[in-house]
Design a protein around this ligand. Structure first.
Ligand SMILES: *Cc1c(COP(=O)(O)O)cnc(C)c1O
Length: 220
């Protein structure tokens, strides 16, 4: 049986220590608890331990679990961190407080439409394919400036952050530093990077949000 409350305390402590080590302001890094595949009971245990920010990968699964949870706990903040299909953009805008995976022009069009239709304005981050990997989603670093401009000027979207998943089995530091450079260049307040295995390095490089699943909920 996984001790979610205790794991949360450990991760929060590690975040605090990493902030200190990097001379970052205390509380400048927010923990997104990644609850994909986890049952509602596990999420509720995390909520009762004080956690308020959660990340999910799939719209349908998130809706099934979080519509009731948000009714019961209205101050939950829900982030979409998985790939978003264009035909699910409307559902995503209705459900999520933050969409971290805006990764292509066609999706920007649909998110803009959904925002007009619903009047809801989730925070939006652009996913960057920081390693320029063929199989991976995201805007390449070279195309980021043009994409941000297109989002703003063509679709009226306010982008407030960047997110990335660096290449697996490589030292992530060089990629985390590139991401920090990009967020600074474009004056964006939010930078989402770092998972269970590398969130402390991500904090050293300037992450403002880390996405941690396994270290809180156990293996999936
Ligand atoms: C699953 C997932 C995470 C959490 O990964 P852990 O290794 O379990 O901490 C973070 N970000 C994204 C995009 C994910 O899909």
């Amino acid at each position: 049986m996984t001790n979610i409350g205790k794991n949360l305390q450990t991760v929060l402590h590690q975040i605090t220590e990493a902030e200190k080590a990097a001379n970052r302001e205390p509380g400048s890094v927010r923990l997104v608890a990644v609850s994909k595949v986890q049952p509602a009971e596990a999420i509720e245990e995390a909520i009762k331990s004080g956690q308020k920010i959660f990340g999910e990968n799939w719209v349908q699964e998130a809706r099934d679990k979080y519509v009731p949870l948000k009714e019961k706990y209205p101050d939950i903040e829900l982030h979409l961190i998985g790939a978003l299909q264009t035909n699910k953009a409307l559902d995503a805008v209705k459900l999520f407080d933050v969409i971290q995976t805006l990764d292509r022009p066609g999706l920007a069009v649909e998110i803009a439409k959904a925002i007009k239709k619903t009047g809801k304005t989730p925070r939006l981050y652009v996913e960057v394919n920081i390693g320029n990997e063929k199989q991976k989603a995201g805007i390449s670093p070279e195309d980021l400036a043009a994409f941000l401009k297109e989002c703003k000027e063509k679709h009226g979207l306010e982008i407030s952050g960047l997110m990335c998943i660096p290449p697996a089995n490589e030292d992530p530091l060089i990629y985390f530093n590139k991401m920090k450079f990009l967020t600074t260049t474009h004056h964006l307040p939010h930078l989402s990077m770092g998972m269970s295995a590398d969130f402390q390095s991500a904090i050293a490089c300037g992450a403002t949000e880390v996405r941690v699943g396994t270290a809180i909920f156990g293996t999936r």
